[in-house]
Design a protein around this ligand. Structure first.
Ligand SMILES: Nc1ncnc2c1ncn2[C@@H]1O[C@H](COP(=O)(O)OP(=O)(O)O)[C@@H](O)[C@H]1O
Ligand SMILES: [Mg+2]
Length: 264
């Protein structure tokens, strides 16, 4: 079976019970790929869910939601829609711009199956907070983040081979996710197959994650130039022009989506 058919089976929308499952993409450090991952996981999941869902009259089973004040998901998706001449995206999107009360309604909407939430890096985190205190802080985006965490069934924590994001990933897991009992999945993003040919850097990072017993997606998301301008160009991994790289890139996100489904 291909990853695509396995994913389709995993995301069978007829199997839905109760409210939608909420997956939050979270990592204090910016630039690690949160938005890229949230959008593309929604795209591959949404495509599989649409394919396996016979009833087309209902809203999209997968929703990508953004809580940042800038509403970056909206701009990306609007560009995709422009290019597709309003042909429907494989998912619905929503931006709350940090307003509370919107997300819970979507989560309880019976048409929704998965809600993938993109979060901003939380900059107002208090570095001097007591070990057992909540470090998220106060303010509009802190409240928005807290609201997401209250309903989150799983967190995806991106980490990059550059050491810069390792401590932040650990902090996010140990200080924000574990105290709330939120299950999490670490995903390595931006592994560069051309620069790290012998995978020395990749293996170092895998060992660091495994030492901590953090569950992780077995394969990394590779660094490809096509991802870099996807936001500006309004493209999704599901519609990259066919090439070996595009197939690899799509496969990377399908693996993340599949591992996510297995944990839900
Ligand atoms: N796998 C990847 N390969 C190449 N570029 C990537 C990859 N993942 C993310 N990027 C790029 O890195 C930058 C930061 O990604 P982004 O998703 O905006 O991170 P965050 O939301 O965590 O700040 C963006 O320019 C994005 O296009
Ligand atoms: Mg972002």
């Amino acid at each position: 079976m291909t990853t695509s058919t396995v994913l389709q089976a995993a995301i069978d929308t007829s199997a839905r019970t109760g409210r939608a499952k909420v997956v939050v993409v979270i990592q204090q450090k910016g630039g690690t790929g949160k938005t890229t991952i949230a959008i593309n996981v929604a795209a591959v999941s949404g495509r599989s869910a649409v394919l396996s869902n016979a009833d087309e009259s209902v809203g999209a089973p997968v929703v990508a939601a953004g809580i940042d004040i800038q509403g970056s998901i909206e701009k990306w998706c609007a560009r995709v829609e422009d290019k597709r001449q309003r042909e429907a995206l494989p998912f619905d999107y929503l931006v709350t711009k940090s307003k509370v009360g919107i997300l819970p309604a979507v989560v309880n909407d019976p048409e929704r199956h998965r809600v993938i939430v993109d979060t901003p890096g939380f900059f107002d985190v208090d570095p001097d907070a007591e070990w057992d205190a909540d470090p998220i802080g106060t303010g509009r985006s802190a409240d928005a983040l807290r609201e997401v965490l209250e309903v989150a069934d799983l967190a995806i924590v991106p980490i990059t081979p550059s050491r810069m994001s390792w401590d932040e990933a650990e902090y996010t897991i140990e200080r924000v996710l574990k105290p709330r009992g939120i299950r999490f999945l670490v995903v390595i993003n931006m592994h560069d197959p051309s620069k790290d040919k012998s995978e020395t850097q990749l293996d170092k990072l895998k060992a660091w994650i495994d030492e901590r017993n953090y569950p992780r997606v077995s394969h990394p998301i590779r660094r490809y130039t096509i991802h870099e301008n996807a936001h500006e160009n309004g493209t999704l991994v599901t519609e990259y022009k066919m090439s070996g790289t595009a197939l690899n890139a799509r496969e990377d996100f399908m693996r993340v989506a599949l591992t996510m489904e297995q944990m839900l």
